[in-house]
Design a protein around this ligand. Structure first.
Ligand SMILES: Cc1cc2nc3c(=O)[nH]c(=O)nc-3n(C[C@H](O)[C@H](O)[C@H](O)COP(=O)(O)O)c2cc1C
Ligand code: SF4
Ligand code: SF4
Length: 486
């Protein structure tokens, strides 16, 4: 049985130590900038370190690259700009020597911050040996192998073309390990059926750690006037890499898969949609040793790290965690296979009438998207000795019409009948839940626009926990017993 205790406030830690260690790469905090435009050059990374970032993965260094213009497009959602960002940018378009010279400068001035060189070169042993040596000579604290870039480079046999073939990933990792003296992280692509296949290959190749995820293949949208997908490069486009808040659930899932697989598990730097300390805490709870941020820094600037540090430290103090290791991975055992979940756990929706605004979104969602157990013919007890539990929409509409002038205003239910207003108001539309039919799917609580207006309450069925496996096993035993009885 998983431990269902909550970690409650233990106000005993003054300033938790948030220093991070990823496979031997040390940084004063777990917040690293991911390899991307925010880590394009030394001047930027030094400003980022001044703002508080613990580490930076340099924008991928490789052979001279030419980029297109334009490069980015995005998805806006409900007033929020850039919920998801898409790019068709390639690796650094600055000469390798310039990047190396600047790595050396940054390391000299910021010895305590982690500087990781992200690398991608053609798939030959010589090319990899050369770039590893150059990066380490420049002073990089570690290396991140970019086996994830999904566009442009993959067409030339690099990036995700390597990360999608476990044999290539293993081979190149082992080439790097032949000469590397600093920790080697392999950055994984999500554009693969089973991310564990490449994580295992990287581990076999000798990787010291992993980073996940790189961007997800996407087409963000199409201009309905020109018919050209975005971003438009002179009348055409290409598939690009998706990132930002929209990808966080996918990233968390892939991180969990890797971290719960003994054959893949290595120290891991989590990436994908991280923009707040809460996001970061979630990745750390799934076993990450540091987190990397790209889109949020591109959107809001380096200073977001101040809130991330404060927030994480405050949360750790509240929970009584002195270091990241105190809570790292605590959520991993809570992710289970479906067949192990308790079938006798039952929750039902409860509508808090004092908060309800009568919008009826829950009613519509439950009727069309769930199990038809939210009703508008609100009754707070037996009516004529009978509680209606199986109304269908036409019945409800008919009854509501008949009752509209007499239905009490729920917020004034406590008043006696003589004090009630003569006519019903929209508040009379406050719905009720038929708990006997509610399956506890959560949908109504998810669509309700008012916080804490619909809560999911546990019903005690008086039954011991029972998983699918246990239930089918007991049914099989019963069947055998019955056959025996015949
Ligand atoms: C414009 C842009 C350029 C990127 N360039 C690189 C790169 O050169 N190397 C790399 O490993 N990842 C690159 N990435 C991927 C990021 O490092 C990161 O894995 C991804 O954006 C997910 O993190 P996020 O959701 O915080 O943005 C790039 C991302 C963007 C948006
Ligand atoms: S969605 Fe929430 S606010 Fe709207 S009617 Fe249902 S309970 Fe009330
Ligand atoms: S939890 Fe699901 S089934 Fe229950 S009332 Fe809400 S929407 Fe309907």
């Amino acid at each position: 049985m998983p431990d269902t205790r909550k970690f409650n406030s233990v106000p005993n830690i003054a300033a938790p130590n948030i220093a991070a260690n990823v496979a031997g790469i040390q940084s004063p905090n777990p917040f690293w900038l991911a390899s991307a435009p925010p880590t394009n050059c030394g001047e930027q990374i030094m400003r980022a370190f001044d703002a508080g970032w613990g580490g930076a993965v340099w924008k991928t260094i490789g052979e001279p690259i030419v980029n297109v213009s334009s490069r980015y497009s995005s998805i806006d959602w409900n007033g929020q700009r850039m919920m998801g960002l898409n790019n068709i940018e390639l690796i650094s378009d600055r000469p390798i020597e310039v990047n190396l010279r600047e790595i050396a400068q940054v390391k000299k001035l910021y010895p305590k911050n982690a500087v990781i060189a992200s690398l991608m070169v053609e798939s030959t042993r010589e090319a990899w040996h050369a770039i590893v040596k150059q990066s380490e000579d420049a002073g990089a604290d570690g290396l991140e192998l970019n086996f994830g870039c999904p566009h442009g480079m993959s067409e030339r046999g690099m990036g995700s073309a390597v990360g999608q073939v476990p044999e290539y990933a293993e081979m190149i990792t082992s080439w790097v390990k032949e000469v590397a003296s600093t920790p080697v992280l392999v950055k994984l692509t999500p554009n693969i059926t089973d991310i564990r296949a490449v994580a295992r290959a990287a581990k076999r190749g000798g990787a010291d750690g992993l980073s996940a995820i790189n961007t997800i293949n996407s087409i963000t949208g199409i201009d309905l006037d020109t018919f050209v997908p975005r971003p438009n490069v002179d009348g055409a486009s290409s598939h690009g890499g998706y990132c930002g808040p929209a990808v966080k659930p996918i990233a968390l899932n892939l991180v969990q898969q890797v971290m719960s697989d003994p054959a893949s598990m290595l120290p891991l730097s989590g990436i994908g949609g991280i923009g707040t300390w809460r996001d970061a805490a979630e990745f750390l709870l799934l076993g990450c040793s540091s987190v990397q941020v790209c889109t949020a820094a591109m959107h809001f600037g380096y200073r977001i790290v101040e809130d991330m540090i404060d927030g994480l430290q405050n949360w750790m103090s509240e929970k009584g965690f002195a270091t990241i290791e105190d809570f790292r991975g605590l959520s991993l055992p809570r992710v289970n296979e479906w067949k192990h979940l308790n079938l006798n756990y039952k929750i039902v929706a409860h509508i808090h009438e004092d908060k309800c605004i009568g919008c009826d979104l829950c009613y519509t969602a439950c009727w069309d998207g769930a199990h038809q157990c939210i009703h508008l013919d609100r009754v707070s007890g037996p009516v004529d000795g009978h509680v209606e539990v199986h109304s269908k929409p036409p019945d409800v509409v008919a009854r509501s019409r008949a009752e509209i002038t007499v239905t009490p205003i729920p917020k004034l239910d406590h008043l006696d009948r003589s004090q009630r207003l003569p006519n019903a108001t929209p508040l009379a539309r406050i719905p009720r839940v038929d708990e006997t039919e509610c399956v506890g799917c959560n949908l109504c609580s998810l669509v309700c626009p008012v916080e804490e207006c619909i809560t999911m309450e546990r019903i005690d069925l008086g039954l011991p926990p029972q998983s699918w496996e246990q239930r089918t096993a007991s049914q099989a035993t019963a069947a055998v017993t019955n056959v025996g009885a015949d």
